[in-house]
Design a protein around this ligand. Structure first.
Ligand code: ZN
Length: 267
């Protein structure tokens, strides 16, 4: 059976995280308006996205955890311990949210910013441990950034796994998990942001990726879905996520597991 791992990168927490800290709102207003003109999104979605800056909470973790829990999905959530590229909340602001996710039985790790400077990378690991009282389960870099030495450094720092490796040109990486020192690298197979925005097209693209993976003998599929899309603002992507989970659950070829259980099996 092919193993499937579901994960969520938490890029946004609260609306105020972005006020005077970054440009995500002006960028979103422009992008959404272009998408509306091209009829890629509905008027309702455009309105919801444009006014979302006034919403207190920008994450959809509660609804997403409810969904995952109801479907027995042991998903993993990655939280930023540093700021950059539109991820602007501070570790202290994330603390209560991480603890809530952890208390509901989901694994939590670091959504990394620094991917080259060892000390900066170590600081993100230490900060997570300091504010939560436990070590991060693993890490994925924000914007899946890495270079030839990123993974070795993460292994030295002590992360049990990394799940960043992603081929942007080929819409994901078709590779099985492998070891870097003591650490496991779980290449990222499917990322929501690299799928077409429309439900039917996203579904088709996903089936193609799964077919290609099967042909190449991939035994582990890793899926990234951003929680900020689990709402009315992104109806098609939310529908896609619910479909993909259902698809894996109903198919005899796939079994949804967690990074932890698979690491134990691999050892
Ligand atoms: Zn991110």
């Amino acid at each position: 059976m092919i193993k499937v791992i579901i994960s969520h990168d938490v890029d946004h927490l609260f609306a105020k995280d972005h006020w005077f800290r970054d440009l995500i709102y002006p960028k979103m207003w422009v992008r959404s308006t272009i998408q509306l003109i091209k009829r890629e999104i509905t008027l309702k979605e455009w309105w919801l996205r444009c006014t979302s800056c006034f919403r207190k909470v920008r994450h959809n973790l509660d609804a997403l955890m409810d969904f995952d829990e109801q479907h027995g999905v042991k998903s993993t959530f990655f939280f930023g311990m540093n700021q950059g590229l539109g991820m602007s909340y501070k570790p202290e602001e994330a603390k209560s949210v991480i603890l809530k996710v952890n208390n509901r039985g989901f694994a939590t790790g670091v959504h990394g910013i620094e991917y080259q400077d060892f000390d900066g990378m170590k600081k993100e690991y230490d900060t997570f441990k300091e504010i939560t009282g436990f070590a991060p389960c693993g890490i994925r870099m924000h914007y899946v950034r890495f270079d030839d030495h990123t993974f070795e450094k993460l292994s030295t720092i002590g992360y049990p796994f990394d799940t960043t490796e992603f081929d942007k040109k080929n819409n994901g990486t078709r590779k099985n998990p492998y070891k870097v020192g003591e650490m496991w690298e779980f290449p990222l197979t499917i990322m929501d942001a690299y799928l077409p925005g429309k439900y039917e097209e996203a579904k088709e693209a996903t089936l193609d990726l799964l077919e290609e993976s099967k042909r190449k003998g991939i035994e582990c599929i890793t899926v990234l879905f951003h929680d900020n899309q689990y709402c009315e603002d992104y109806q098609d992507m939310r529908k896609w996520y619910e479909w993909v989970i259902q698809y894996f659950m109903e198919s005899v070829d796939y079994e949804i597991v967690s990074y932890n259980t698979l690491m134990q099996e691999l050892m």
